[in-house]
Design a protein around this ligand. Structure first.
Ligand code: BGC
Length: 416
């Protein structure tokens, strides 16, 4: 009899312990497209399996501009979520407000310094302490193609140079297809622009002009050529591009209506979510002229200071889950990106991801690894916003001359 009582008491104790450690995580993100939502669902699943409650705080809008506006108002009103999808130098800006939690203890136990590339670990830290956890490495300088469209137009292989790209685009046009699927936000324009700058000028020029914001580079002939090339691409887009979301542009490739899209590899997440296979239904290649370079975009979650102990425990479990090899695999298989942990097995990944993984490692050694400006990895958010606006004005208004655009970029680069 006493045995039964003891077991019952143990069971009650266990249940109490479990509920004491179960908390809620409210997670702000902007992963609302098909592939993105499937990826976010994996994080929710893993947290629920640990007994926590997931409160989804999704703010639609590719690139995250709307999400950042909503986040600011929540934090200002003293009611931050547990975590928010924030990356690059914006992490430092949030940390300097004194609102982020220090997760060094967990990072130490789990040896984050050993498993993260230093270039990534540094971005996750503020004054030497971890305040964010990274989920992936996206490559931005990709060119995607619809295999059907290429076949219809008689384009035999993916273009390696901008000349080859325009020759293929002409063939797509002649076949009655939309050569380039493009969307309508400034970050989409800049995603194309930075790939053009990288392809025309190379990694060193990209660093000088777009990261160091060097006046001479911005006013150079190479920048002139980049802007001319960028403007030429627009002539291959359709009149429906303004205002279009990036995933709807990808859908045009999935449906075989358009040939190419210049977009980061979250586009692959869309193809995969639509059951399309790389190499068969769609093609991936480095954007023209950029095979030896890699524009990186690392998604991460900043972690806010919380008062409630159960919520703190749930937050710590969230950070630990994000960094686990199991999550890094399943999340990135859906998201189109690659795991950020070094030494992670790639056998379940497709050829696009394998190429990305190889190029990430190679370009880290060669100097071809550069941060994406379009995706908040390179410069202060205010400067980034100002340059993006100027580049989009140039894209949208043919009356803005190349010379004027160069002057305006140089002026925007001085925005603090
Ligand atoms: C983010 C990706 C996201 C994409 C489109 C990028 O800035 O890093 O995670 O899928 O925007 O929303």
């Amino acid at each position: 009899m006493w045995k039964m009582t003891k077991i019952a008491a143990l069971a009650v104790g266990l249940a109490a312990a479990m509920s004491a450690s179960a908390g809620e995580v409210e997670v702000l993100h902007y992963w609302t497209s098909g592939g993105e939502a499937k990826s976010a669902a994996e994080l929710k699943k893993i947290m629920q399996s640990k007994g926590h409650t997931w409160r989804d705080f999704a703010v639609a809008g590719g690139g995250g501009d709307s999400a950042m506006t909503v986040l600011k108002s929540r934090v200002i009103s003293g009611n931050p979520p547990s975590a928010a999808q924030v990356k690059g130098p914006a992490i430092q800006e949030w940390a300097s407000e004194g609102v982020l939690a220090n997760v060094d203890a967990l990072a130490k136990t789990e040896k984050w310094d050993d498993v993260l590339p230093k270039v990534v670990a540094d971005v996750m830290k503020y004054k030497g302490s971890y305040v964010a956890a990274p989920v992936n490495v996206h490559r931005v300088n990709w060119l995607w193609a619809s295999s059907d469209a290429l076949k219809k137009a008689g384009v035999a292989s993916m273009p390696k140079t901008w000349d080859e790209f325009f020759a293929a685009a002409d063939k797509l046009k002649a076949a009655g297809l939309i050569p380039v699927a493009h969307g309508g936000q400034n970050w989409q324009d800049f995603t194309t622009f930075e790939s053009v700058v990288l392809g025309v000028g190379g990694a060193k020029f990209y660093q000088d002009a777009l990261v160091k914001l060097d006046d001479k580079a911005i006013n150079s002939d190479t920048m002139k050529k980049s802007l001319e090339t960028f403007r030429r691409i627009k002539t291959y887009t359709d009149p429906g591009a303004p205002g279009r979301d990036w995933n709807l542009a990808t859908a045009m490739l999935i449906q075989g209506k358009a040939g190419f899209q210049l977009m980061g590899d979250w586009a692959k997440g869309e193809f995969i979510a639509a059951n399309k296979a790389p190499g068969k239904d769609f093609q991936c290649a480095a954007a023209p002229g950029t095979a030896n370079a890699f524009t990186f975009n690392v998604d991460s979650f900043i972690l806010f200071k919380l008062k409630d102990a159960a919520a703190q425990k749930a937050q710590s479990d969230l950070a630990s889950s994000i960094m686990s090899p199991e999550f890094q695999e399943v999340f990135n298989l859906n998201k189109g990106s690659i795991p950020v942990r070094t030494g992670q097995k790639m056998d379940k990944f497709d050829d696009c991801a394998k190429l990305s993984s190889k190029d990430f490692a190679d370009t880290a050694k060669s100097g071809g690894l550069v941060p994406s400006v379009a995706h908040g990895m390179a410069i202060a958010p205010a400067t980034e916003g100002a340059i993006k606006d100027v580049v989009s004005q140039f894209w949208n208004d043919d009356k803005v001359s190349v010379a004027d655009a160069m002057k305006k970029i140089a002026a925007a680069a001085k925005t603090k």
